[in-house]
Design a protein around this ligand. Structure first.
Ligand code: 1PR
Length: 545
């Protein structure tokens, strides 16, 4: 097998990259020290997280000069995400920290006044000036998975001697991929970009710099968010059933047992790894696993979801999120594991993001008790500090509480179009923990504001009243959360048909929408949802073969 060296000095999910490299027929050799670069024939430098942290780590390990030398030698080099950013002079993210200075330019933060930041999702990497040829298999109408807050704005004069593929987000045109000679770098993650991404990785590894252009030339995207597609996410609630088998289950308003009386069997809708693969093949833009019972008495290293992630990441090349039990924990043998250690195990097993539920509510309560002061050591802060905010999702499980007048409660209320059982015209959204079993004296706006301040990168917004009802998303809830924070929101709970997805994208500014039961029960496929949305003029990622 031909080989590629991998410089892995920055935290993140490298397992998926290794799986992707192996999938396209190459073997990975780890770079352990700077002198290893002398023997490398080709090199990949991936990275996630903070620019300054990345450069400082490289500098202190003595990699800066050997890297510059490797690149100058003309051997094939590929940077991914922060691996692209490091090639530039610097970044607003870490003023005063020098990059490798191979390509001119400074990274700037996306303007968040009119859009969510980070930029998370599937966008273009279009090469307008290539005539009939494509750079490393990039296709004008393919979509690639991005997750970043800082980007290189396209300055055609400064980049005149470089080949550049661009994307547009909320009116800002930025560098999606850049290359010259045998140097190539992508801001997107090819290992997370499905078939389109694997094609790019393969072309780089095989040295296929230019190839025939497939498909029409790209036109600059004109939608308000640019070329960013509407993300459709498939969610798998996973737990052990009463026989101890790991199953994908699905609740009705969080009750996962069959029959109306408590005590029926846990609903079994399939096996996690197989279902995840099915949704990937169908075009799901992400797959989320929620480990709904957290396997409370299981030693950390034996957590069944670790194996589920390892196996899923071998065949599923889109982002994987894992939730449930991401918190400080004590192993059955009495040893203490921090939330960061738990998350690290999941990232090493193939997860791209962790989703925090109950622990986020506890952290938010303490945050307000301290008068809005950050403590620095909560699960959200420690994981986001080590892996970047894009790696931390907060899963919110709110429930409606109806009141006759806003004065009846100190919580933030809304006037609702859907009145309460006694004709109440107002409601507030109460945060819950432990799968909805315990309500807290905190409303959803307070929670999302606190977790955004702590460094969460995204909100997974469930709704207990809507879960499993097939009656559509709670649009009022989504709108109040979207107007409260800047980070992206995934609308969840209630999807029953493709029209519900169209409705949530038309009537809210949600960044993504998630479905569970309707996919598990095979009522509709992800592909059908996407075809329906495309038919209504919405931008979605096509499934490539
Ligand atoms: O508190 O950090 O250990 O995380 C536990 C996680 O497990 C949380 O993300 C919580 O939302 C989830 N969870 C706990 N209990 C349940 C349950 O169902 N009994 N599931 C549960 C949450 C809601 C969604 C569902 C959507 C879409 N499930 O994930 O997939 O509502 O469903 P639909 O499209 O069929 O309507 P921690």
């Amino acid at each position: 097998m031909p080989q590629v060296h991998l410089l892995n000095h920055v935290a993140g999910n490298v397992r998926s990259l290794i799986n992707a490299i192996e999938k396209v027929g190459f073997e990975v050799i780890w770079v352990k020290e700077p002198s290893d670069l002398e023997n490398a024939e080709r090199l990949i430098f991936p990275g996630v997280g903070n620019f300054g942290h990345c450069m400082t780590t490289l500098r202190s390990a003595g990699f800066v000069e050997p890297l510059q030398k490797f690149i100058a030698s003309g051997k094939p080099f590929m940077g991914i995400c922060v691996g692209l950013q490091a090639l530039f002079d610097g970044s607003e993210e870490s003023p005063g920290v020098r990059g490798l200075g191979v390509i001119p330019g400074i990274l700037k933060r996306f303007d968040a006044t009119s859009k969510s930041v980070p930029h998370i999702g599937w966008n273009s990497a279009a090469t307008h000036e290539f005539g009939d040829e494509s750079l490393y298999g990039l296709r004008p109408h393919s979509k690639y998975y991005y997750v970043h807050s800082y980007a290189v704005q396209v300055d055609r004069a400064a980049l005149a001697t470089w080949d550049v593929a661009t994307a547009v987000y909320g009116g800002e045109e930025f560098v999606g991929a850049v290359g010259r000679g045998s140097l190539f770098a992508t801001q997107f993650h090819p290992e997370k970009s499905g078939v389109a991404g694997l094609r790019v990785l393969k072309a780089f590894l095989e040295g296929q710099r230019l190839g025939p252009l497939m498909g029409r030339a790209a036109e600059p995207a004109e939608t308000p968010t640019g070329g960013l597609t509407k993300r459709i996410i498939a969610c798998l609630d996973v737990r052990a059933n009463d026989r101890g088998d790991l199953v994908v289950t699905k609740g009705d308003q969080y009750d996962v047992r069959e029959g109306s009386a408590a005590g029926g069997d846990v609903r079994n809708l399939g096996k996690p790894v197989e279902l995840a693969k099915r949704y990937y093949d169908d075009g799901a833009d992400e797959v989320t696993f929620l480990n709904i019972t957290s396997f409370r008495n299981c030693p950390l290293v034996d957590l069944p979801m670790l194996e589920v992630l390892r196996r899923t990441s071998e065949t599923v090349f889109v982002p994987l999120t894992i939730g449930g039990g991401i918190r400080d924990m004590v192993d059955p043998d009495g040893s203490h594991c921090s939330a960061l250690e738990v998350a690290t195990l999941y990232f090493k097993s193939g997860a791209d993001k962790v989703s925090i539920g109950s622990d986020a509510v506890a952290a938010a309560e303490q945050y307000y008790r301290r008068g809005g002061e950050l403590r620095g050591d909560t699960a959200i802060e420690s994981i986001s500090g080590a892996y970047g905010c894009q790696a931390v999702v907060v899963s919110v499980d709110p429930r409606r509480v109806y009141v006759r007048t806003p004065e009846e409660t100190e919580r933030n209320t809304i006037k609702t179009a859907k009145r309460g059982p006694n004709g109440e015209e107002y409601c507030w959204y109460q945060c819950t923990i432990k799968g909805g079993r315990e309500g807290k004296d905190m409303d959803v706006q307070q929670l999302v504001l606190a977790v955004e301040a702590m460094g969460a990168g995204e909100i997974l917004l469930n709704c207990i009243d809507k879960d499993g009802t097939n009656s559509g998303f709670d649009l009022e809830l989504i709108n109040i959360v979207k107007s409260t924070i800047k980070i992206p929101v995934i609308a969840s709970s209630g999807a029953g048909n493709p029209g519900h997805f169209e409705e949530v994208f038309a009537k809210t500014t949600t960044d993504a929408a998630l479905g569970a039961g309707m996919f598990h029960r095979r009522e509709y496929t992800v592909k059908q949802v996407k075809e329906f949305l495309a038919g209504k003029g919405l931008l979605v990622r096509d499934v490539e073969e």
